[in-house]
Design a protein around this ligand. Structure first.
Ligand code: NDP
Length: 481
């Protein structure tokens, strides 16, 4: 697969003659090339986006909505092709890409196609003074969208769909590690007749292409999802230019299990919240706190079930966990386990090792890993690992577990298991997290605000929040006689 930039409605050669290798993580081999684009490619994409803006921002909402719906339909119609490409590029099980990633990418377009027709603004009458204010919500212009590798098309479309629905034109960059489905999206955009220049996709390295988008003086807003360190760098670059920023960053999410929970349901969902997508979801619960009275029982059952899940080639139907996204990421995740074992003396209850999968020996596979820790300040409990590694720790009281849960720099998501609604409410209010799931995990209604607090980000995506982000409010104040 030789990937090309999608600029001004067609696939185009990039400026330099440099290419980057694209790896299939399930076999550890190069299977394609990606343009190593540069600042000139971003400038070219920007120029076409700017040219498309006056016309696109003046299309009727109905027109925009219909185009977005067609994109959603075509993503759905291409489910098998897109899911196969996603799975190959990322290492995630094919069934998961088919059940979650690609349907959600379609849902993103469908949701914002509908949301834009319901988007309204406020009016404020200053009673007794013959004054009326109303707020215009206008598209910003050319905006930048930068997405990570863990949920490639899912997160890419979560940004570009509201951006174009609101009337903006976009210069977007998917992760260089997983560019395939964003590339294929270009074909769909052409087929549905999205006007040229409205959505431009430039491939390449974060430090080059991403940086050029963030540093571009006329790209007025940046919607970014990725690591906290990258987010901080983006904030430093963009702040002096007063760009609008939406930063969805890392997490170190607690999974809090009280003894009075629905045990069977909790156990099943805790496997998913720990290891779905090989633990490479920003929302995964990587710190599991269990009330002491059921700690031993949970430990035995959890290890037993995890040990029976198959790690294997993503294309095999019975594979539960696939490959990690890259060799360097696998090495990073393994280094955390090594540190916990060798330097901190922690007990690895299960896993901890790289795996050789028969027939795919060079793939980046790792056992799901469960480590028992005693100190919440350890690296495993403080740093985002973003892989199939969870820690277990017992607790005694509600106050104690809330304080353990909040004792990290991150504040993205949390999961709480209890049948006691009073306790659930009390804990939800005290948790420092943008999202609290009670007796469920990754249960998403696209209308809800999505994002984190503390080092997990700034701003919220989702629903009308996203449309607000991608528009500039202007108050018009009228004094009448
Ligand atoms: P990175 O921060 O490394 O990269 C994210 C994106 O930013 C990629 O497209 C990357 O390009 C690009 N990028 C890298 N450097 C720059 C730069 N200087 N300027 C502009 N763009 C840049 O994150 P990962 O891709 O490794 O993704 C994993 C991280 O994403 C985890 O921390 C995870 O928690 C977080 N995440 C957060 C979510 C949330 O909603 N809060 C959801 C999903 C993931 P390239 O890949 O080419 O380097």
């Amino acid at each position: 697969m030789k990937i090309k930039n999608y600029i001004n409605g067609s696939f185009q050669e990039h400026d330099s003659s440099e290419w980057l290798d694209n790896y299939d993580p399930s076999i550890g081999e190069v299977y394609g090339q990606i343009p190593n684009s540069n600042q000139k490619d971003v400038e070219k994409a920007y120029a076409f986006a700017k040219a498309a803006f006056p016309s696109w921002s003046n299309t009727t909402l109905d027109h925009r909505s219909r185009i977005l719906l067609k994109i959603a339909d075509l993503i759905e119609a291409n489910l098998d092709r897109l899911a196969t490409a996603e799975s190959r590029d990322n290492g995630k099980p094919l069934w998961l890409a088919k059940a979650v990633d690609i349907p959600r990418a379609s849902a993103n377009f469908r949701f914002f196609a509908q949301a834009i027709t319901q988007f309204s603004s406020e009016a404020h009458e200053t009673i007794g003074t013959n004054t009326m204010n109303f707020t215009l919500r206008e598209p910003i212009g050319v905006v930048g969208c930068i997405s990570p590798w863990n949920l490639p098309l899912y997160l890419f479309t979560w940004k570009v769909a509201p951006a174009i629905a609101a009337g903006n034109c976009v210069v977007a960059k998917p992760s260089e590690v997983t560019p395939a489905t964003a590339y294929l999206l270009g074909e769909i955009l052409t087929e549905v007749g999205l006007p040229a220049g409205v959505l431009n996709i430039v491939h390449g390295e974060g430090a080059r292409v991403g940086q050029a988008i963030v540093a571009h003086p006329n790209i007025k807003a940046i919607s970014f999802t990725g690591g906290t360190a990258t987010g901080a760098h983006i904030a430093r670059t963009a702040a002096p230019m007063f760009k609008k920023l939406s930063l969805e960053l890392g997490g170190k999410n607690p999974n809090i299990i009280f003894a009075d929970c629905d045990y069977g349901k909790m156990l099943k969902e805790s496997i998913r919240s720990s290891f779905a997508n090989q633990g490479q979801i920003c929302l995964c619960g990587s710190r599991i706190y269990v009330e002491r009275s059921i700690y031993k029982q949970f430990k035995t059952h959890f290890v037993d079930i995890v040990s029976k899940n198959k790690v294997g080639n993503p294309m095999d139907a019975d594979t539960k966990f696939g490959a990690l996204v890259s060799k360097s990421h696998l090495e990073k995740v393994l280094s955390y386990v090594e540190h916990a074992r060798d330097n901190e003396g922690y007990t690895i209850l299960y896993g901890g090792n790289q795996l050789k999968v028969t027939g795919s020996e060079n793939g980046y596979y790792m056992q799901p890993t469960i480590i028992e820790v005693t100190d919440n300040k350890c690296r495993l409990n403080q740093e985002e690992i973003f892989g199939p590694v969870v820690t277990l720790m017992p607790f005694d009281t509600e106050e104690e577990v809330v304080s353990l849960a909040n004792d990290v720099q991150y504040g993205l998501a949390s999961t709480v298991w209890t049948k006691d609604i009073d306790k659930a409410m009390r804990v939800s209010k005290k948790l420092e997290a943008g999202i609290v799931w009670i007796n469920t995990f990754l249960n998403r209604d696209l209308r809800t605000p999505f994002g984190g607090m503390k080092a997990s980000g700034v701003g919220r995506e989702g629903g009308l929040e996203a449309l607000r982000f991608f528009t500039e409010p202007k108050n018009v104040c009228i004094k009448y006689n």
